[in-house]
Design a protein. Structure first.
Ligand code: AMP
Ligand code: MG
Length: 412
């Protein structure tokens, strides 16, 4: 059977991705969401020429020859409106953010002056017109688009939204996602420890991966390897926007996910991808629900989430940047690789003089979840590679942080 490449599988999934509908959220709840509307400035900012410094508003011609002594006619604080005009030989004491008075064309910072008396100041430096003045409208102009639809709401964007008085904004809805684990051998977190069982870690690792994307999933629990029970659980899951099914999609005789899910009307697109770990990963969709069949092995499940589920979810939430950020790092050891499948090796990263060093987190079995728990990133080994030598430049997808990019960034 022909296996899809990772990027072909990603593209196949992305063809089914549509942005979700739009909802209104309060600014306080908007961090990480994506704007579904253009946002315009509602006034000129600054609304008039203002001082960029604490100092004196002067006429630049008066201070062409220094030192020069000027008479202080007024004190202008931020929030005050000046009511006097600065004439030749005069100045006004001014604070940062306060409006520059009529007649003055420059601000002299207080450090370049010397107080002579209550009403007189000596200016020690010549300045050009416009010095230390923030011009009317230099931040934004009334009516101008300051944020376009598709912008992710970062702390800086939240500041701009507040600046233009948007207490509520339109954003793309977050997907409703359900997680179903399958397998007779599984024991759930609140069950007593049974030495013959396998703890269900996938539901919770997937839950945390979703939470890291800002999504609070529904945990549907564990379905036994029984077609009737599986059908019941899957039906419940198909009411969500996205259903993640862990396990049961391999070719074992008790892997019932495939026949049952097809019987429920899910149009499956693929069942295998040429990757390691994670090749038994499946994807399909109904009219309303995208279904991912994730491998039961704990590392495979998490890696497949990173490569396939996360980009799809970010696309649904309106993000332009859907892929994990990649960096180039220096490999600290040899890596063996059989040509055929793209491999994702879990690595730690250490800062070097210029860049980063990547080191495997240790044994890389697809059931060795500690290899993932210790990882800073996933190193992509191209499918056709016959192995990598210590010192090679390698591509690593960063697993931490909230920074994403708009292309996949690695060669397979
Ligand atoms: P499967 O894909 O169902 O054949 O499962 C492959 C391997 O992953 C088996 O060793 C399972 O015990 C293990 N596994 C399946 N589901 C989970 C889960 N939810 N948590 C941890 N391990 C699992
Ligand atoms: Mg199973």
């Amino acid at each position: 059977m022909e296996y899809l490449s990772v990027t072909n599988a990603q593209n196949c999934i992305l063809e089914s991705v549509n942005k979700l509908d739009i909802e209104t959220v309060r600014l306080e709840q908007s961090l990480g969401r994506v704007l579904a509307e253009d946002v315009r400035a509602n006034r000129d900012l600054p609304p008039y020429d203002v001082s960029a410094m604490d100092g004196f508003a002067v006429r630049s011609a008066d201070v062409a020859n220094v030192p020069a002594t000027l008479t202080i006619i007024e004190d202008i604080k931020a929030g005050d409106m000046p009511d006097k005009t600065v004439h030749a030989g005069q100045c006004a004491r001014i604070m940062t953010g306060a409006p520059v008075p009529q007649g003055a064309d420059a601000v002299m910072r207080v450090e370049d002056t010397q107080a002579l008396s209550e009403n007189n100041v000596q200016i020690n430096r010549a300045v050009k017109p416009g010095n230390d003045i923030r011009r009317l409208g230099e931040n934004m102009r009334d009516g101008e688009i300051v944020l376009t639809a598709g912008t992710e709401i970062t702390p800086g964007v939240a500041g701009i939204l507040a600046t233009v008085k948007r207490a509520r904004v339109q954003v793309y809805r977050r997907p409703r996602v359900a997680i179903l684990s399958t397998g007779n051998e599984l024991e759930d977190i609140d069950d007593p420890v049974d030495p013959n069982k396998i703890p269900n870690s996938n539901s919770y690792a997937l839950m945390a991966q979703l939470q890291a994307l800002g999504i609070e999933p529904a945990l549907l629990g564990i379905a036994r390897d029984d077609p009737a029970e599986l059908a019941e659980y899957l039906q419940r899951g198909l009411r969500f926007d996205v259903l993640l099914v862990s396990g049961g999609s391999s070719v074992g005789v008790h892997d019932y996910v495939r026949p049952v899910i097809e019987a429920l009307g899910v149009q499956m697109q693929f069942w295998r991808v040429a990757m390691k770990p994670g090749h038994p990963v499946a994807f399909g969709a109904t009219e309303k629900c995208m279904v991912f069949g994730l491998p039961g092995n704990p590392v495979s499940s998490m890696v497949c989430f990173e490569e396939f589920v996360a980009p799809a979810l970010r696309g649904m939430m309106g993000h332009a940047r859907i892929y994990r950020r990649t960096i180039v790092a220096r490999l600290t050891h040899n890596v063996k690789h059989q040509p055929g499948r793209t491999e994702f090796i879990r690595v730690t990263l250490a800062k070097e003089a210029d860049g980063y060093a990547a080191t495997s987190t240790g044994a890389q079995g697809s059931g060795m979840l500690l290899s993932m728990a210790r990882a800073d990133g996933l190193m992509a080994v191209p499918a056709d590679s016959a192995g990598l030598a210590a010192g090679s430049a390698v591509t690593v997808q960063l697993l931490d942080g909230t920074v994403f990019q708009d292309d996949v960034g690695f060669k397979e």
